[in-house]
Design a protein around this ligand. Structure first.
Ligand SMILES: NC(=O)c1ccc[n+]([C@@H]2O[C@H](COP(=O)([O-])OP(=O)(O)OC[C@H]3O[C@@H](n4cnc5c(N)ncnc54)[C@H](OP(=O)(O)O)[C@@H]3O)[C@@H](O)[C@H]2O)c1
Length: 166
């Protein structure tokens, strides 16, 4: 199996699944970098991890800007001595993506794909050369039920391989 990573980076770590994962991973002795847009929420999560005895850092970034995200994370990988575990968890869902697709503004549809698709790819791609060079590393993408099934009223999170459900 895999060794415990020395350094992990998690996007979407200012709340929810990402914040919980960051705490869980840090408790096992891994230094963690928490990324999201809301810096004050990231700082809170960093403090929570430090109070639990872990090491954590906040990185303010917007994954919907894929180029900036890719450049920032590629640079960070070199600065910190190599990320062993990268988790692309940042995403938007719920009411933002569910609804009457005919009424969804193009700006919203575009933002869903920029965040959930390109943002995730930019995040993981940034670490590939370093991991290959070092000969180890893990890339994780947090997915959605939409990867397996079409969600009614969720046209912007549909997957080409999905099976329709009623
Ligand atoms: N909970 C579920 O039942 C469920 C089901 C299917 C899939 N998922 C997926 O699991 C992941 C986590 O979901 P969650 O339930 O924990 O939701 P959540 O509490 O809303 O967390 C989403 C996280 O993503 C961050 N985020 C959103 N847009 C971002 C952007 N443009 N740049 C950087 N960070 C961004 C948010 O931080 P900021 O707002 O601070 O940027 C937040 O930390 C998401 O990808 C979601 O689609 C969840």
């Amino acid at each position: 199996m895999f060794d415990t990573p020395k350094r992990a980076l998690i996007t979407g770590a200012s709340s929810g699944i990402g914040a919980a994962l960051a705490l869980r991973i840090a408790r096992r002795g891994t230094e963690v970098w928490l990324c999201a847009r809301r810096k004050e929420k990231l700082d809170e999560e960093v403090r929570r991890i430090e109070q639990a005895g872990g090491k954590a850092h906040a990185v303010e970034l917007d994954v919907a800007d894929a180029d900036a995200t890719h450049a920032r994370l590629r640079r960070l990988d070199g600065e910190v001595g190599g990320i062993d575990l990268a988790i692309a968890n940042a995403g938007i869902g719920g009411e933002y993506v569910m609804g009457d697709f005919a009424k969804m503004p193009w700006a919203s549809t575009k933002n869903i794909f920029a965040t959930n698709l390109l943002g995730a790819i930019a995040t993981l791609d940034a670490f590939v050369p370093g991991m290959v060079e070092r000969g180890h590393g893990q890339l994780v993408g947090i997915s959605s039920l939409a990867a397996d099934i079409n969600l009614p009223r969720g046209a912007a999170c549909r997957s080409p391989s999905s099976t329709p459900v009623s």
